[in-house]
Design a protein around this ligand. Structure first.
Ligand SMILES: [Zn+2]
Length: 109
């Protein structure tokens, strides 16, 4: 991993916050670059751990007689960006892996 350094003063005394990096020398703050690959829903919204997603089409579960119906909502999702089914969640009481093109993010009220 490359050592962080401030883009302004080039010092490497950097405080790491959740979404920001802060230079302890000159006080400059900038956004962290997210290393993980983004997972996007069918409409291009970026999904995050803990989001709720909703099916946008019926999808039969492979190997079962269960069908996930369009409009069905998940519990909070977990993302595995490197996986073939990068969204894991519970839906209708089942633990399932989903592809992002079958879901849309539910915008929290
Ligand atoms: Zn600096």
């Amino acid at each position: 991993m490359t050592k962080l350094s401030c883009p302004l003063c080039e010092m490497d005394d950097i405080a790491e916050h959740e979404t920001l990096l802060e230079c302890m020398v000159c006080g400059h703050e900038w956004e962290r670059e997210l290393e993980a690959t983004e997972v996007k829903d069918a409409y291009g919204n970026v999904l995050e751990d803990g989001d709720i997603v909703q099916m946008i089409k019926d999808k039969k579960l492979t190997g079962t007689s269960k069908v996930l119906k369009s409009g069905m909502k998940s519990k909070g999702i977990r993302l595995h960006p490197d996986s073939d089914h990068p969204i894991s969640c519970k839906m209708d009481g089942l633990s399932i892996g989903l592809k992002p093109q079958f879901v849309k993010k539910v915008v929290k009220a």
